[in-house]
Design a protein around this ligand. Sequence first.
Ligand SMILES: [Zn+2]
Length: 99
Amino acid sequence: MSFQLLSESKPTARKEHRCDWCGEQILSGETYFRYSGIDEGEMQSSAMHLECAKAMEQDLAEFDGCACDWGFRPHEQDRGKTSYETDERRRRKALEDTR
Ligand SMILES: [Zn+2]
């Protein structure tokens, strides 16, 4: 996946949105992170919680390899957590479940 960021802003939601990162709702009246860019040649615009946008930034910073290979699974991460933190929590939970 290659993604080229074109713009980002922090508007106040006038209606509900779904967070691209964690899949939870962004409530009307909440300040959120909106970004648009070109993903695989297609214009895309997405919304995220502010803490999820932060987690995404951290995720990208921790990514071991070319940023052009970085990607994330939409709606799959824990709110405000990086994909590594989410995977770690799931791994622990899976271990606990087998006990
Ligand atoms: Zn979120």
